[in-house]
Ligand binder design. Sequence first.
Ligand code: HEM
Length: 453
Amino acid sequence: MATETDFNWAGVVDYAKRFGTVRPKTQYELPGVTVEDHLGVPVAVVPLWHAVVTARLSLPKGELKDLKRAQERLSQALEEIEAIYPLNPSGIFIQVTYGLAYFKEYIPASLTAAYMPRALDDDKSQNWALIDAIKFPKDPATLILEHNDVSFHFKSDYNDHISDVIRVLFYPGAYSLNGIPLENVYVGDFLNVTSIRRGFGGRGMPRTIAQRLRIAGADKIPAGAMLFMGFTSSHVHGLAQGNLPSFETVPGYTDQTPESYFANGTIMHLSHIAINLEGWYGLDHKNRLQRMFNPRRTEQPENLSPSQAPETSTFRTDLERDAKQTGILGHNAQMQFLSRVDKDTTTVYGEKVPKGTVIFLRQDFDTVENPFEFNAEGPVSPTPVPGVHFIGFAPSAQLFEKMRKEMDGVELQKKYHLPDENTGFTTFLVTTHRQNFLEPPRARRSFPLVELI
Ligand code: HEM
């Protein structure tokens, strides 16, 4: 039986009880996200508003006391926010991730050597599963590879929740949230914000926002589209479910086990991509459908959510056949031989997943920023540009790198003499920034490894 001291007298409302929420062990699982039916195809209704804040730690290196205090303070700040807003789309989701610079510059090498997840990659070099992002063959010369220490990803159906949380975390002098006085949520004295990136994802939003801003190509965006490029990108069967993207879950990607320090953690890739909407909508529906999915697709323009069920997966032989027979590669077909398991698989937790189950998770969102709302390290233009703040989770940065290379598709393009405009849709994209981060499990989301120093 609960005793007087077990009961949380200080909590204002126990949202976990009200919504029956069980806090996931991972940070990336989103309790309360519902699923809707698009002509028999299940689609996740993701939170409407999104923001990413990147930052550098301003603490002197080697000052253990300051780092330990920062760990306590960030942990307390996140707990305080989550006591005010429920962990669901009507409250707020916060994911905290760490860049390579944090692990290399703030954590002693003896600890990182013992605890950092290592990729079981083809070359057997046992590199960390977190490596620097690279420039891919079709990236522009202007691409910026970033080196932030920390990033925060916020999601909510209410834009104000995100703005208010960003204000109390990073700007001094804001002492309440939802009208409730705060104790110690400000962390801006040890985290220098380098960028704020905002956006949205929801049926009808891309067209409404693009039309309001008079973005060229806006009228061509289907009215019910969730993303600028028209097709649904949150198919339940196209997004890794449960804890599938974690380091340890599917055997063979990293050396992590359910007992490891970073179990229930993952790698996050963050990039900003501008989209040439006029060019994309210069193609007719059939050509867009085939370049988005694969050249065997026949869905009509009314269907924005073609099934992504495991049996629709494209593996390597189908991909090469597409190239040989039709001269066209579809975006998701280009990578499914890497993003999905190629045989029936049992996870380390004993879950059986059939061949064709996706293990890569995307939580990207549309934006009209050019390139960010706030950018301490470069210019910001007020001219709106349609784009995506791309966020993808995979058990290793090496796996992400392989997928992203396939998306450029240079090898198959050469082999089958494919023109750029027939190789997925990379030709309509310009990536401006990219970085890899490690997302620790929820329990270790505040400055991982510091408690072990
Ligand atoms: C403007 C940028 C992008 C757009 C509009 C976009 C859109 C989409 C759409 C509509 C799908 C299929 C629908 C679904 O599975 O829910 C998809 C699948 C996929 N995308 Fe993208 N994508 C973009 C960028 C990227 C990037 C940068 C990557 C990085 C590697 C990526 C990786 C994938 C993968 C792996 C899949 C297949 C997942 C699976 O079915 O197994 N995408 N994308």
